[in-house]
Design a protein around this ligand. Structure first.
Ligand code: GDP
Ligand code: GDP
Length: 455
């Protein structure tokens, strides 16, 4: 590496950074108007249309990447929901429940000026049962005179209240230091606990695509409840289901069942549930209703799974209802609307008739295999060497940037770092991704490619 002009420490640093693997998840929960969204904006360090949201506006984005003191993590923002017909306690509890379930640590935000309310107490009970590390944020302490308000929150029994002004930034740094102490390096529930355990599948898709029908079909009579979430509902959360002679864990199946009381803000809950399920899963089976046009909502759900870096299978459901004309248009729509997952294994199923149910497991296994693929450095560089010689980067400003060497820094999903002599254009990066896929498979998995340029 040194003779190519890269310092060995740079190379090692780049590989370590690119190979970070899945990030731990922090959930920010609390009542409406305590300042959750303001705090999330502070944490992610940019104003990403969180607080500007007006009530009733659908928000799809609920997870953001953040970095503090050199450590990266994800933040789940629960600020975008509305009170539903069951009243404030139930709706706060429901949204907190999803977020806590998916999280490795929780920031519980309380308005220090108001003090602890009954709703806050209800969230505290949920937090106790979940047993996740909690950092108590006493928000709206905009100056020293508010510190006394914060100290009253010791009464919640969650340990030290951290006085913070999310609005002005006061105290947020100290609080984030505590968050890092509470947050594991890697997400425990996704990777730590499950080594050798059943593989985790999230069944996702917009309402009415047939998730619950499919779950019932594959589960048959064998449905086993393995775990009950403490909280407002007694729905099973994760279910062990045997398919093709193998036991799989279907995560967050409670989210699949209908919650009839969720009227207002139902889309937001759906997004939060999807994000939570995807965080917990290794592979996402995205269900699309083949009888209807592929929608923006379908695309957003696919994007969530891709951005989370999960293995992906796309299942086109309700195949029993398709006539020839619809089939024709469906194929065109898949090409134009779902190009971002052209690499995902596809199954055409009917949860109603059971059509092609037996193809689901092989597709899932294919996607997981792609997700775990590791290309040895020698093979990768032999491939890159030939590729670059046969298809050099276009000359720009009299110079020809070149890929010098590369390595795979991580798996689940595969992450590559390429080292180059100059800026590599997006088109050439895409070309390399395409050729990597042709050469090494990677069916059913997103792949990450980062490029380091020699200074
Ligand atoms: P959410 O519903 O919990 O997400 O709350 P928001 O982040 O939307 O904040 C609710 C209101 O509280 C907004 O008007 C914010 O500007 C205000 N707010 C948030 N944090 C602070 C703070 O630290 N100090 C003060 N004074 N106001 C705040
Ligand atoms: P979910 O909201 O994604 O869980 O969707 P459901 O499983 O509740 O299904 C929504 C509707 O689609 C119900 O009326 C189902 O009977 C129907 N449905 C689900 N799968 C199929 C299928 O493969 N074929 C047909 N014809 N209808 C289906």
């Amino acid at each position: 590496a040194a003779e190519e002009g890269f310092d060995i420490a740079d190379v090692e640093g780049a590989i370590e950074e690119a190979g970070h693997g899945p990030l731990p998840v922090l959930a920010v929960v609390g009542r409406p108007n305590v300042g959750k969204s303001t705090l999330v904006n502070r944490i992610i360090g940019r104003r990403e249309a969180v607080v500007e949201d007006k009530p009733g506006v659908t928000r799809d984005r609920v997870t953001y990447e953040a970095e503090w003191a050199g450590r990266r993590f994800k933040v789940v923002d629960t600020g975008g929901w509305e009170q539903d017909v069951l009243g404030i306690d139930a709706s706060v509890a429901a949204q907190a429940e999803y977020a806590i379930e998916a999280a490795d640590a929780v920031v519980f935000v309380v308005d220090a000026k108001v003090g602890a309310t009954d709703t806050d107490e209800a969230v505290v009970r949920l937090l106790r049962k979940a047993g996740k590390p909690v950092v108590l944020c006493a928000n709206k302490v905009d100056g020293p005179s508010g510190e006394a308000d914060a100290s009253y929150l010791w009464s919640l029994g969650l340990g030290e209240p951290h006085p913070v002004s999310a609005l002005h930034g006061r105290g947020t740094g100290d609080m984030l230091d505590k968050v890092l102490e509470a947050l594991p390096e890697a997400p425990a529930q996704t990777f730590g606990t499950a080594v050798g355990g059943p593989r985790r599948i999230a069944l996702i898709g917009r309402p009415n695509v047939g998730k619950s029908s499919l779950l019932n079909k594959v589960a048959g009579e064998e449905r086993v409840v393995v775990n009950e979430l403490a909280g407002t509902t007694r729905d099973p959360v994760d279910e062990l289901i045997e398919l093709g002679g193998v036991t799989w864990k279907f995560v967050d199946t409670a989210g699949i069942r209908k919650r009839v009381h969720l009227q207002q803000g139902a889309d937001y809950y759906a997004s939060l549930r999807t994000a939570a399920a995807v965080e917990k899963a290794e592979v996402a089976v995205v269900l699309i209703d083949a009888s209807e046009s592929i929608s923006v909502q379908d695309q957003r759900i696919v994007t969530m799974a891709v951005e989370a870096g999960r293995a992906i299978v796309v299942a086109y459901n309700k195949w029993d209802t398709l006539d020839e004309e619809r089939r024709y248009y469906l194929e065109r729509e898949i090409e134009t609307e779902l190009g971002q997952v052209a690499w995902a294994p596809r199954v055409n199923v009917s949860a109603q008739t059971g059509r092609h149910m037996e193809k689901l497991v092989p597709a899932i296994e294919t996607a997981l295999a792609g997700w775990e693929t590791r290309v040895p450095t020698g093979r990768l560089n032999a491939f890159l060497g030939e590729l670059v010689a046969a298809h050099p980067h276009p000359v720009r400003g009299g110079k020809q940037p070149r890929i010098l060497f590369g390595t795979q820094a991580g798996t689940k999903p595969p992450r590559f770092v390429l080292f180059a002599s100059g800026f590599i254009e997006a088109g050439y990066r895409r070309f390399i991704e395409r050729r990597l896929r042709e050469e090494f498979g990677f069916e059913g998995t997103p792949i990450h490619i980062s490029v380091r340029v020699r200074e």
